[in-house]
Every structure is written in structure tokens, then in C-alpha cells.
Design a protein around this ligand. Sequence first.
Ligand code: MIG
Length: 692
Amino acid sequence: MIRKFTFGNPFPTEAVVVSCPAEPGELPYFSREGGSISCKMASGAPVYGLGEQVRGINKRGWTYTSNCTDEPNHLESCHSLYGAHNFLLVGGEKPFGIFIDYPGTLTFDIGYTRQDTLTITPEDWNLDLYLIEAEDGTYLSIVRQFRKIIGRSYIAPKWAFGYGQSRWGYKTQEDIRQVAEGHRKNGIPLDAIYMDIDYMERYKDFTVSKERFPDLPGLAADMKQEGIHLVPIIDAGVKVEDGYSVYEEGMEKGYFCKEADGTVFTGAVWPGKAHFPDMLNPAARRWFGMKYKVLLDMGIDGFWNDMNEPAIFYSEKRLNQVLDQAAEFKGKNLDLEKTNQLLGLFSSLANNPEDYRSFYHEPGNTGERIRHDKVHNLYGYNMTRAAGEAFEELEPDKRILMFSRSSYVGMHRYGGIWQGDNLSWWSHLLMNVKMMPSLNMCGFLYTGADLGGFGADTTEDLLLRWLQFGIFTPLMRNHSAMGTREQEAYRFSNMESLKRIIQLRYCLLPYLYSEYMKAALEDTMMFRPLSFDYQGDPEALQTEDQVLLGDGLMLAPVYQQNALGRYVYLPEDMLLITASGPDDFRFRELKAGHHYVEAAPEEVIFFLRKGHILPLAQTAENVEQLDETRLTAAAYLSEESSYLLYDDDGISKDYENPDNYETITVSPDGTVRCSGNKGRILKAKVFVPAED
Ligand code: MIG
């Protein structure tokens, strides 16, 4: 059951798409004091949610702030990342969900100030609050009800489930061809190459550098011949430059955010001085979205939206103030305090809250304005919505790949997200694991982290272990920052192992795609904490480094350097699958309980649950080449069981077609059959659980 409570005069974020009348009267569960609401958390009860955030799957014991931020370190001590996903699931005797639909800064103190108390504090009380009670006592029913009111999650084209290679540093079309060649020559599968900011002419959105990419349509066509899609980046800020049509049109039509006195706000990002399109204004949004056509017309069919918190390196005004203040230090003897003051001046330039308070949006066509900081968390959402709405208009029957850095609940309908600028740290591999279920709760299904790590130098063992987790995430992209060690799979002495793991991804695709599509179409979660399926099992509740994936899998990634295995907790008997490549699957039954499971550097380990079936394909060079008519169904069962396979053409939007569903049925004696008329030929590999 969902109950809505409205306070003050909320800004219409359009996060919720189902109309839901607000209740009069007191808010249950919570007490309100000053500007906060609080409730007690039962001892040991988990609190889940918040999507893209630091720390555990269970969020208890820290304080988190929804304030979309370009946060380059993702340290345990930070409070905000790029997204604002204000949904929590509070466990206990009577679990409930809470969604605070509020576009400004919002703090969730989850047992930080007082261990047993949850306190939620918005900057003001103009908001809608949704309380969701479990229908059948399960955590999943809370999530599903929430997901139902926020609308169906974005569905990516199937090719976007293949392996992608990216780097901030590919500068020319020759560089792109070399990346393709590096993969193809070495037999490493590849479906996408990402183009970072250097493809543009002086970092201007919707332009292509004539010197470095003289023929993008030709390049895109050649790549497509090899089954590779090019995916360019789009930045939020529009360069200020006379003669640049996007800038000039935006100025003419008044589509950029303005300061209080009506002058257009200037902040600096990559291209230097830039203006920020008013993504909250429907006319400006449509205008910006339609610009993607320039690239669609060149044969591009995927994009990533960056810097849309929006990140601001500095504002013109503040920079001048800081330079004046800094000049006062000239010729002085700077002691520690003075040195820190000087350094502080410069470090205060980027993403300064004062800058976010100095410009406005015009969300309606009424001329009424709202100050940016009050709706800050909606900017990235609406940039991606701009693109999504335009794609709907320009390419109504085709899925376009889209994922964003910044997001708010609601954006999940228009695109996925990548998990931002992580570092090549082992701890960030674990963070990637933990973020998956939290993001799924909030509707973000198409997601993944920069595999191998974005900042800092990766190592070949880290990349290998990270890929061993990345083969399970919908977005599987290797990305790294300028200046760091090159990290394409073919750069390393363990290339053969890396390649074999990437090949494994393609074997798993029938399962991964089915689970993704079912999660999207049924408002459910592809990645779940163990406690969702084993509610009431205290050890499952405490397990933070294993996750359930779809119908029948449990993942237990190795995330420590030099480890040759790991401890795994099995809530029930499971079938251990150890694989080093597409032709090497080994199976072993393990009893419920704790085990040390070996995993040599080149081996990934994961588990098939009792009564479940895992369809596996032969590997392929790319998604298009994948032959899904021949499948092997690995099964762990003692009585006949079935698996619901979803498949479609991967590009059009006929999701509801019943032909997309087939049932694979496997018996303990090894017979296997498949409903539907797609002519699949199945083999079964059945493991019958031993009697206790
Ligand atoms: O602040 O476009 O998160 O993926 O490579 C750097 C350059 C701007 C941040 C993105 C990252 C991308 C980078 N961008």
C-alpha cells in the first residue's frame, strides 16, 4: 500500500508518473521536530536504498546527502555522489519504504548521530513524501510498488549488453580504429567504442573536430561493419563562442540559465566559459534534445551524458573575486594558516554552492523562476530526459543507448547511469558490487562502473578481477582517465585470461538479457541483496560482498589483491560454477553454510541456486554474431523445473509481444524442451542435488 503526504508547495519533479492522492493528517512512523522527521530503527534491522551512494548495501551507520556532486574520489568519508535517489527501505518487524520527492539538498542520517535513529532533513518542507508498506511482508514487494509509481525503467538496445571500450584520451579517428583493431586482431569481443570529449571541436557539444575526425559518418559505418557501435559523450555546458550555432541559438531564444538580474550565467567547464541550457524548461529541453540529431544522422546510436550535476570548474564572478583576494597574498610571508587560506581560495572555485544559488530556471512558460539550488538534483535528469524525449520523436521505433552521470529518480525512464569517476582501487571494485542492488531498487537497471577503474593506474590483476564481476553488469565498459596507465585488455601480459573472461560475458547473455528485461517489464530487481530472498536469515542479512542476480544466480566476486579464493556464505545448497573462459565451466555442489572457495586469478566463481536453470550460449565476437538458437541449460534440480527466457530483436520496442517469451523446461533425467517457435536446440547439463 502506498500513502502520499504533501508538505508545502512541492516542485513538480515528475519522478512519479502514477497519480496518487495525498492524505490529510499526520505522518505515521515518524515524529516531526524542527525541520526534520525521525523514527527509531529496530536493533539489527537493515536500511536499504539511496541508489548511487558510498558505503554498504545496508546503509546504517552513516549520514548521506542527496546533492548531485562531481565527486572524484568516492571515499568512504564522503556523503554525496552524482545521483539523488531518495528512496529508503527500512527493515524491521513491519518493513516500509519511504520516497522523498524533493529536488533540493536532503540529508539522511541513518544511525550516525544516534545509532537507533533515522533522521531525514530537507532544506525546506516543500515536498511529497510516499510511504510504502509491504503487501506480503517482503522487501521486494515494497520495491516493486515503488517502482510501479515511478514508471518503467529504461531499456537499452541489446548490443549495449556487449563489451565496450572507452578511454579519455582517444583523440583521433585513427585512435578509434586502433582500438577496434587491437580487439579484433587479438580475438577480444567488442560491441562499442566510446568517444570522450576530444572528438569535439574545442569541446563544443554537437560538433565534430574536422582535423581529428574528418569523416565520422565513414568511421561509424566502417565500425558497424565490424559490429562496433561508436558512443560519443555529450557535456552539459555549452561553449560561449561567437559563430557556434548552439551557443547563438540558445542566446537568441533565451534558453540558458540566467542570474537574478537577467544576465546569462557563465560557468567554466571543458571549453572554458560556458552557459547551461535550462533543462527544466520544456522548450529549452526540446531544443537541446533535438540537437542529438546531428550525431544520429552520422550513424551514431548511443550517447553518454556527462558533467550534468552540473559540474562547474568556476564561475566568472567567483574567479575574479578569488584572483583579487589571492593578489593580496603577494609578497607576504605565508605561514601555515595563510598558505591554507590561499589554497582554500582556489579549491573553493569548483562546484561552489554559492554559484548554484546564483542562477535560475524557468520551468514553465509562465516566466516564473526558481533558483537553481532548490532544484539542483533535477538537472542531469532533465538533460537525459531532453535526449530521451527527442529520441522518442526522432527514432520512435528504435532503442538508442543513453546513460548519464548525474541522475534523480525519474531519470531511470530515459537512460541508465554509469557509476562515475571511481579509482583503480580494489575497494572500488567492492563498491561497484554494493551499488548494484541499491541502484536497482531505485529503478536504475542499466548500470555499471568503469571497469579497471577510472582514475589512478590499474594493474592487470585488478582489471581481471573487475572484469570477472563486470561480465554480470548490464553496462560492461572498461574506461580510464587521461594520464593513467592504458588499460585496454590487449595491453597486458595476462591478455589471454582477460579475453577469455570477456568471452564468457557473451555466453551469459541469454540469461543476463532475459533477467534485465524481466526486471524492467515487471518493475523488479535484477541485483538483490541476499536478505531479499532469504529474509530472516541473519547471516544473509550480514552478507555485503555477495549479491543475487536474477532468477537463479548468486555472485561472490573476488575483490582482494593476491587472493586465490574467498569465503562464501551459502544460505542453501548451491551449485558452484567455476569458469575461466567460454569452453571451461566446472560444476560442484556445495552444501549450505560457509566455505572457502578457491578461484585462481583467471577463474570466476558464481553459484546456481537449487531448482534453477542457467541457459548458456557459445561465445561470439559481438552481440550481433551471438547464436542463441543453440543453448546449453545448466540445471541444479531434483524435480522438473523451468526457466523463462526472454528474447527479442534487441532494437525495436515490441516488448509486450508474447513471442518474446519461451519456457525452458529441464528434468532431472536430462530431458530438456523449449516452448515457442524459434527453433532452439537445447542441451542440458543437469546436476541433481545429493540427498542430505
Ligand atoms: O571531469 O570527459 O566522469 O568519464 O572521461 C572529467 C572526461 C570529465 C568526467 C567523466 C569521465 C570522462 C571525463 N569527464
